[in-house]
Design a protein around this ligand. Structure first.
Ligand code: MN
Length: 731
């Protein structure tokens, strides 16, 4: 009896429609678990994910309902189902190859990518893919063989309208739940997989399409007159290199250590009588370190990715999101890896224990010109080895060596740490029993010291290896903190620990907390702790000059910190300005809060001179941000190629076969190889010593390239996916 009811229901048009929606939802949920790695953790996220395909399936298939002629109505529903399944299927295949989702840009550029994809598409198929099409095959068969009868009843507008409204309701509910689980999801898309996880493939594709159209609209309105204005501004402000420092590190390897959420106040700080970061303190005070006591982060909503934007390109992050995710896939850059490859024959790589799609890095790094990107795929997949935002730092450094030693020298490399990231969680086995953290009322603060202490040890172990392997002699190490770890709301509780009082803590103190470490170390460098105000925007020009490469041809907003003409002031992304004399809060100039930077006293009555100086700084700060935004939002660098700098061709790079590419290069260069492993005639991984309990048990992990990496390279080789080898020696 029940079965009969069901068949009767399916033979109504609403019933048939419901069947399609339900079957599509089931297929989608299956694919989400079976084919995608969405990182769904708590039950709430599972529910949101199950909900995500329903709204768009209802909205899409309901279009069929608006056709009055029954046969056409059924056909349209089926065709839309096929199209939607096709989109899902295409994403599954794409994901198998790139661990990422298809962007609208990829679809419109399909002709460029297709030759590389086409051949391997068949090889990417799996038996389970059949399940994706099975329901449609059966339904079409049942319709043709008249096992399902098409309902001939005429529907007015009311039913389809009700269904559409219901679909919209579900969509709004979905977006609401997603926003409550992941605030600012759509505003700061740090990762495509996050949008898919919460809103489904369809909504993601529509959203991406809208964003893509907006970008293109802006680009169509771009003009070169703007570019000239910007270039005049940056040229006027450029300070000449200091001959004492220019080229002192010429030809050296560059190793950038990105200290996640690490603030300057940690340096030299003692908690319960013990230094929190003894090793970094020793580097800070080292006679071969150029250290900066008043170096400010300048990140906005794009946080880590903003810091990277400034260091790699010498331009600011954008005002309303992350440049990496909003523009990183499409913009033209004059970035460090590309400049160094062409001016100094550098090979470049990033090492990072999080997934490659985070902040859109897997796309952006290609546009910046990075040869290699070692993301989570290249490291241990053991669950115990991960916490928070990815692989634990000690393990990331240790497991990087087998890749680092294979890189041709000189290299430009960046290690992005993750353990010291809010909420600063650590496994108890990784805690140092000799370090007792603070006991404040705020758990974040207490945890922060522990993860910072852990990070310090991780960097120490890495340095020991650099020393033992001799790599350090030929390297310039850049250490910096990307942004704050503790927020303004936590600062008041922190105050007594940093020698201040919670009662008098104010805006000035919060601004001063935005200082992060910046140190440049090399055994041959004459060091000093510099007090001048500096910021992240200044790192690239400073670095280029140390390496003996003039920054004059490039469009950069910062300046060489070692130049005698360096003007010591920085502007934050929110408009706050810090100069040697002043802290000018927000972007209101003399009409807002202004403090004396050294004494912390608020300046209320301005002398004429102060007024002139503050107005000048406010104007410069505003212009600097405005021009950087204009440059990036309109992608103006595509109109300006400095002589000698060939634009990046992102398709030169393939981050899925890094290891194979390095091996091939070693084999073809033979004796000419400058990689460390060639100089040693054997691997140097045995020189790496770590006290990480995860590795102590199985020291072999350091040396082993994960099976999944080797498999990946093997299948890619077998399929000959037409991916060009990255050009290490182009100029
Ligand atoms: Mn960060």
């Amino acid at each position: 009896m029940k079965k009969k009811n069901l068949i009767n229901f399916i033979e109504t048009r609403t019933g048939f429609f419901s069947l399609l929606v339900i079957l599509f939802t089931i297929k989608y949920i299956f694919a989400a678990y079976h084919d995608f790695n969405l990182g769904i953790s708590d039950p709430y996220q599972h529910i949101i994910m199950w909900l995500s395909p329903i709204a768009t399936a209802i909205l899409l298939f309901s279009i069929g309902f608006y056709f009055t002629k029954p046969i056409i109505s059924y056909c349209v529903m089926i065709i839309l189902d096929i199209a939607n399944t096709g989109l899902l299927f295409a994403n599954i295949l794409y994901y198998r190859q790139f661990s990422d989702f298809i962007t609208v840009k990829t679809i419109t550029n399909a002709s460029k990518v297709a030759p590389g994809l086409g051949k391997s598409a068949v090889a990417l198929l799996q038996p389970t893919d059949l399940l994706l099409w099975l329901d449609l095959l059966i339904i079409i068969f049942l319709l043709i063989s008249k096992k399902i009868i098409i309902e001939e009843k005429a529907y007015g507008l009311l039913t389809p309208f009700t269904i559409t409204t219901f679909g919209i309701f579900i969509l709004i509910l979905n977006i609401f739940l997603a926003e409550s689980s992941r605030p600012r999801l759509l505003r700061t898309t740090f990762d495509r997989s996050y949008i898919v996880k919460y809103l489904g493939i369809d909504t993601y594709t529509i959203y991406d399409g809208i964003k893509n159209e907006q970008t293109e609209q802006v680009n169509r309105n771009a003009n070169t007159a703007d570019l000239n204005k910007i270039m005049t501004f940056t040229r006027q402000n450029k300070s000449p290199a200091n001959q004492k420092y220019f080229g002192v590190a010429k030809g050296k390897n560059v190793i950038i250590i990105h200290l996640e959420s690490f603030q300057q106040f940690l340096i030299d700080l003692k908690v319960n009588g013990k230094e929190v970061t003894p090793f970094l303190n020793s580097i800070y005070h080292n006679q071969h370190s150029l250290s900066f006591a008043n170096f400010y982060h300048q990140v906005g909503i794009g946080r880590t990715s903003d810091a990277e934007t400034m260091l790699e390109t010498g331009t600011y992050g954008i005002s309303d999101g992350s440049l990496f995710t909003a523009l990183g896939s499409t913009n033209t850059f004059q970035a460090a890896p590309q400049i160094l490859r062409q001016k100094g024959n550098y090979t470049s790589a990033v090492f990072h224990g999080n997934v490659g799609t985070f902040w859109n890095r897997d796309d952006v790094y290609k546009n910046l010109g990075y040869n290699y990107f070692f993301d989570q795929n290249y490291f241990s997949h053991d669950k115990n080895d991960h916490i928070g935002y990815g692989l634990k730092d000690k393990l990331m450094f240790a497991e990087s060596i087998k890749y680092l030693e294979r890189m041709q020298q000189p290299f430009y490399s960046k290690f992005i740490t993750v353990t010291n990231h809010t909420p600063f969680d650590m496994d108890s086995e990784d805690l140092d029993p000799d370090f007792k953290t603070a006991q404040t009322s705020d758990k974040s603060i207490n945890n922060y010291f522990e993860t910072a202490h852990y990070l310090d040890q991780a960097v120490h172990e890495f340095f020991n290896y650099l020393q033992k392997s001799g790599l350090i002699k030929n390297s310039l190490i850049v250490i910096y903190g990307d942004h704050y770890g503790l927020t303004n709301s936590e600062n008041e509780t922190l105050a007594p620990i940093v020698g201040e009082s919670s009662d008098t803590w104010n805006v000035y103190n919060n601004v001063q907390m935005q200082r992060v470490p910046f140190m440049i170390y090399s055994p041959s460098l004459k060091g000093k702790i510099k007090q001048q105000v500096a910021g992240e925007i200044d790192v690239l020009p400073t670095l280029l000059h140390l390496l003996g490469i003039s920054n004059r041809p490039y469009l950069q907003f910062g300046n060489d910190l070692l130049s005698s003409k360096y003007q010591p002031w920085v502007v934050f992304r929110n408009g706050t300005i810090v100069s040697q004399k002043y802290i000018i809060v927000g972007n209101k100039g003399i009409h807002g809060l202004v403090y004396d930077r050294k004494t912390g006293k608020q300046i209320i009555n301005f002398t004429h001179q102060e007024e002139v100086e503050i107005k000048y700084l406010a104007r410069q700060g505003k212009k600097s941000l405005k021009y950087s935004d204009l440059l990036n939002n309109h992608n103006l660098l595509r109109f300006y190629t400095p002589s000698g700098l060939k634009p990046v061709n992102p398709s030169d790079f393939d981050y899925l076969t890094n290891f194979q590419q390095m091996e091939d290069l070693l084999n073809s260069l033979k004796r000419k190889s400058t990689a460390l492993i060639s100089q040693y005639h054997k691997s140097t991984t045995a020189l790496y010593k770590t006290n990480a309990p995860e590795l102590k048990k199985r020291q072999e992990e350091i040396k082993k390239v994960p099976d999944s990496v080797l498999e990946n390279q093997l299948t890619n080789k077998k399929n000959q996916t037409n991916v060009k080898k990255s050009s290490n020696n182009s100029e």
